[in-house]
Design a protein around this ligand. Sequence first.
Ligand SMILES: O=P(O)(O)OP(=O)(O)OP(=O)(O)OC[C@H]1O[C@@H](n2cnc3c(O)ncnc32)[C@H](O)[C@@H]1O
Ligand SMILES: [Mg+2]
Length: 221
Amino acid sequence: MAAARVVLPQPVTFVTGNAKKLEEVRAILGQSVPFRSIKLDLPELQGEPEDISKEKARLAAKEVNGPVLVEDTCLCFNALEGLPGLNNLLMAYEDKSAYALCVFSLTIGPNEEPITFLGKTPRHEEEFAYINSRFDDILRSWKEVKGKIVSARGPNDFGWDPIFEPDGYDQTYAEMHKEEKNKISHRYKALALVKSHFADAGYTFQTSPSNRDLFQVAKSF
Ligand SMILES: O=P(O)(O)OP(=O)(O)OP(=O)(O)OC[C@H]1O[C@@H](n2cnc3c(O)ncnc32)[C@H](O)[C@@H]1O
Ligand SMILES: [Mg+2]
């Protein structure tokens, strides 16, 4: 018997205040997940990345009163034991290695528990087994994006892209073509899990995003 399909009252709303992030999410998701986007000023929360992300999703779902997707990204420095970073502080350390971590949380409604998707190595055995059973192919190369901090190179229009050089590349994220970054990035890795989840869950929508919604998104940035 086919699994019951969850019907969502409206398309997923991706909540962000960051236009560059939205651009990448659009490019990576393509048509695979129907979503629209709004800009909401949500508080910058403190704590573990997954907890922050879940709380952000809960707050956003209350505001939107429907299904939401949120994302948080950090550039974490190994010299600071994974603390997100202050670049100047790092200059005092020899270890310039870092990793880019991306967490998405999806919640299908204001009273639902958020599900998180991490562009990072799973920490717990059970988590690993769970993801592995579902996303075998993705997981084979599954890691946070490792790299190092360098002096800024390339256009300066998106956060820390000019100072992050992923391992195995001689360009910073900022110097790469957009399509190249989107094929290897922390955001790509986390969104691959989001896509698999949507393919698995087979959500259907009572309404789909209209041109009007898309137009409003374009205007809000
Ligand atoms: O509204 P939200 O979605 O939270 O957008 P934000 O700009 O606050 O984004 P984050 O909290 O996730 O990110 C913290 C910082 O990291 C930067 N950032 C996020 N993703 C990045 C990427 O892929 N490359 C470079 N910088 C990035 C971003 O510009 C912020 O200054
Ligand atoms: Mg933020």
